[in-house]
Design a protein around this ligand. Sequence first.
Ligand SMILES: *Cc1c(COP(=O)(O)O)cnc(C)c1O
Length: 408
Amino acid sequence: MLDRARCLDLDRDDPLGPVRERFHLPEDVVYLDGNSLGPPPREALRRVGRAIEEEWGRGLVSSWNDAGWFEASGRIAGKLAPILGARPGEVAVADTISVNLYKVGESLRRLAPARPRVVVEREAFPTDRYVATEVFGRENVVEIGGPGDLDAALDDGVGVVLLSHVDYRSARLWDLEATTRRVHDAGAFVVWDLAHSAGVVPLRLHAAGVDAAVGCTYKYLDGGPGAPGFVFVHERLAERLRQPIAGWWGHADPFAFEPDYRPAPGAVRFQTGTPPILSLVALETALDAVADVDWNAVREKSIGMCRLFVERVEAIDAEPRQEVVGPADPEARGSHVSLRSEAAWPIVRALQERGVVGDFRAPDLARFGFSPLILRWVDVWDAADRLAEVLETGLWREERFAARRPVT
Ligand SMILES: *Cc1c(COP(=O)(O)O)cnc(C)c1O
């Protein structure tokens, strides 16, 4: 195992180290919640101010033409595409995961009326289950527990399989390539939710032949609170899809104001209405900040950080015991670690007071995300120390940590 001095050495020699300097992080905080809301790029602080003062304030409506606002979604989708392993025309930036799941799910459902069923994960993020259930109908929802159940669920009534690449609680990572092949062999479409993998797990969506994928940009991609999500649709499929929210920004020529809908080519048809320009401005600075990043190096660091944290947590000898949830093999997980205990909420709160920010996922998980682009090895070391301290001293038992807050 490493020790603290060795962590400092690793940080000094870390080729990803300089990327952290491009982000604004408070001093004295170890931020292990970049998987819920990434920190702001330093450039966003300047760029969004300028967009408000000069482009919005002075340019007013002419900024749609003069400040590149009209092209912003397409330009930003083009910058996101390489991170997803997509071709430029295969990505649209718009809306939220929930809305994008509806658009993608409904357009695929219409394409395969003879196969009315959808496979979803029992433990999936709730929005995925809610939307799939509304689109396909409760009677058509087939639930699976995990990879071991997939084969048995696939039959010729299943049209769509919706999976989270990385589970938001356990961090279990699906084999995206093999699973996509398996679903295709069974004659169904696969939709991947990339919320916890985009920006941290290397992706090759085009080469893997993925039909469609959705994701957000406010987690590992650091686009900002409420930053728009994205849709990937494979180029072989896009022209066959009609998305149900046939909005003017997905039209081939929005400013022709034609009475009838004509979808734009490729993934752009998954745009709907007027894009949130200020959010897009922030998101673009985040994508620019990571444009030169080697995603395989990110993955390697992520695996190492999760391994280090798990080893150190398992060495803690204090109550309540922290059960590491999800796969033991760090190669089989995404970039977060969830710890189960009956005191998960007050432990997360006490850790926040000690300068370590994680989050809580009901009913009993303390969750810690390791964003390799903004974290140092020594942060992982120190976070485990703080956790040990909070448990050994019983700090978490103090009354002020008990009350649940609206966002956990
Ligand atoms: C964060 C997250 C979402 C969020 O959906 P929004 O509609 O963008 O709020 C969806 N799915 C998963 C798996 C998530 O982790």
